[in-house]
Design a protein around this ligand. Structure first.
Ligand code: 13P
Ligand code: 13P
Ligand code: MG
Ligand code: MG
Length: 365
């Protein structure tokens, strides 16, 4: 049976500031999506949040980029925005950058990750969602999961993974895409994905079977809007077990609170702290950035779950380490590399300040 899993998300408004989602907004999202299931459009769904981002997890048989599914998500976000506006939440409708739906939510503000596949006998799925960071934050974790034998020893010792995985990488500035094979081309691959603000892993495939293994949202809000409107706060779907990395191998990269961009005003680097859904409440300096992971078993498209995978105690050290790194990075105040380099800054007063002091610059020779 072919099933499509769509994860579509948007920041509908923050409660309080950018730190959390209001329960009434989540309840409205739940109401809209439940109706679509009742009407037969969806097989199943789970509505949740990561920080101030509303997450719609949906299974259906409409395929990827379905106008019906995208319209359902868009209309849900619009209805939720009404609730957010009534409550005067912060930045109500923040990520809805278009006035009216036009066939596909891509390019309209929301983040999208979708994959269609034939459900296996046991179909294990992990859905990652992040707040206060940008698309591209999944590059290092996806590389570790699908190409690093020190993370995924299955690549070495499991026959059904030994051929490796291929990585589809997007250049979001030039609007181009290229595929690299791992392990053969990992040095070439890393040249690109080590620069995640421009090159992003869109999807990963199992080389033996050509099966989809992972897909991430690569929408960049600032490029869509042409100005700062909030951070991308991306999502990523990973298939697990069997010919894919085991659950423990999929989660292991998040034991390192890697440095990502997107903290405070989208303009700072900070550690990506792995947390439970409940603890996805980025409050300190509007952060530090968070990642959550929900695990499901699919059964005829039914989402059996979720299990809140990063709630586990074994991530306590990573959380502590993230707090320590947060202290260290914060101590740099307005200095790089805490502050993003000038060309990546979402906020800057540089043009105004430069204009003001322009006449005071004297030539060096
Ligand atoms: P499979 O059972 O999916 O082959 O994976 C083995 C495993 O889970 C070891 O951790
Ligand atoms: P969000 O993208 O999560 O809304 O965060 C915006 C921000 O600037 C926080 O400081
Ligand atoms: Mg926000
Ligand atoms: Mg957010």
């Amino acid at each position: 049976m072919n099933i499509t899993l769509s994860v579509i998300k948007a920041d509908i408004g923050g409660y309080v500031g950018h730190s959390e989602s209001h329960p009434d907004v989540i309840a409205k999202g739940e109401e809209c999506i439940a109706k679509a299931k009742k009407d037969g459009l969806l097989v199943d769904y789970h509505v949740t949040k990561c920080g101030d981002d509303l997450q719609l997890i949906m299974t259906h048989q409409q395929g990827e980029n379905s106008e019906k599914i995208h319209k359902l998500a868009w209309d849900t976000f619009v209805d939720c925005t009404e609730v957010a506006k009534k409550l005067k939440l912060h930045g109500a409708g923040q990520d809805l950058l278009a006035d009216a739906f036009s066939g596909n939510v891509k390019g309209m503000g929301p983040g999208v990750a979708e994959m269609e596949f034939e459900e296996r006998v046991a179909e294990t799925i992990i859905i990652f969602m992040a707040d206060k960071t940008s698309s591209g934050a999944w590059n290092m974790p996806l590389y570790k999961i699908f190409a690093d034998p020190f993370n995924t020893i299955g690549l070495v010792i499991a026959d059904n993974m030994h051929q490796g995985f291929s990585f589809e990488v997007q250049d979001i500035k030039e609007h181009k895409q290229i595929t690299f094979n791992a392990p053969d081309e990992i040095y070439d691959l890393l040249v690109f994905i080590g620069a995640p603000s421009r090159f992003m892993i869109k999807s990963v495939y199992h080389r033996g079977s050509g099966e989809i293994a992972a897909v991430s949202s690569t929408q960049r809000l600032a490029l869509i809007a042409g100005r700062y409107v909030g951070k991308d706060d991306p999502v990523c779907i990973v298939r697990s077990q069997g010919q894919f990395p085991a659950v423990g191998e999929v989660l292991e990269p998040f034991a390192l609170p890697l440095l990502v961009e997107g903290w405070m005003r989208g303009s700072h680097h900070g550690p990506l702290m792995p947390v439970s859904i409940k603890d996805s409440t980025p409050t300190r300096f509007d952060g530090p950035p968070r990642v959550v992971a929900l695990g499901f078993q699919l059964s005829g498209g039914k989402l059996v779950g979720p299990r809140d995978m990063l709630a586990d105690k074994s991530f306590d050290n990573a959380r502590q380490q993230a707090s320590d790194i947060a202290d260290f990075m914060r101590a740099h105040g307005p200095f790089e590399p805490h502050r993003l380099p000038l060309e990546e800054m979402e906020y800057t007063t540089m043009p105004q300040v430069m204009k003001k002091v322009e006449g005071r610059f004297v030539d060096l020779d």
